[in-house]
Design a protein around this ligand. Sequence first.
Ligand SMILES: [Zn+2]
Length: 246
Amino acid sequence: MRLTKKKIEEIMLSILGEEGLPLVKELTDKENVSEFELADKIKKDIKVVRRMLYLLYNHNLICFTRKKDKQKGWYIYYWTLIPESIRFNYFKRKKELLERLKESLNEENKELFFVCPNNCVRLNFDQSMDFEFHCPECGELISQDNSKERIKMLQKDIKDIEKELEAMKIRRNVRRKKVKERKKEVKTKKKIVKKTITKKSVKKKAPATKKSVKSIKKIKPKKTTKIVAKKKEVVKKKKKTIKEKK
Ligand SMILES: [Zn+2]
């Protein structure tokens, strides 16, 4: 799904209400917008702006970075929309709407409905029975509603949403594939870098290790013989002292 401004607004306004429209417009297509700049641009109190921002933040639709104002000593928050999260929210809402529409269609097909000639109410059969087929608002006799138009509208809405959701899924899969391919590319690049590094290190280090091995071989036996000799001396001394004691 392409995240059009309309879709962004639809999601954000479902949380903020119409009052939030100017704020959403200021955030769209921008990054790290200071909360004070937002308040200034939409001409609202900083407290009101913060309340709206936290609402969006609680729905995981925006994120922030903060910087300390060295002169004033407090933090200033900078806000950015999270497109992936908005997209997910939009998808979820459409799915829920689709379920509701399907339920209504099912009801329209199954049940009889009655309407008031003054358009006060529309009742199902059981409800109409309860009111003895009179409008509970104005008292007029109610008559059976022709559900055909309503069914047609519902069917069209359902089809439209299903199409949109399908298109969204296809785009999402394309996006996921791209992400996977990018990850693979990064991995193979890392592997290549590793290989070249190890090759270089082997070539450079190899002669040094051979030398060091030789030098260790030369030194080691001397050291060990010295230690052994010393140990022998100690043993001899001990034996001597034991003999002297005896
Ligand atoms: Zn009525």
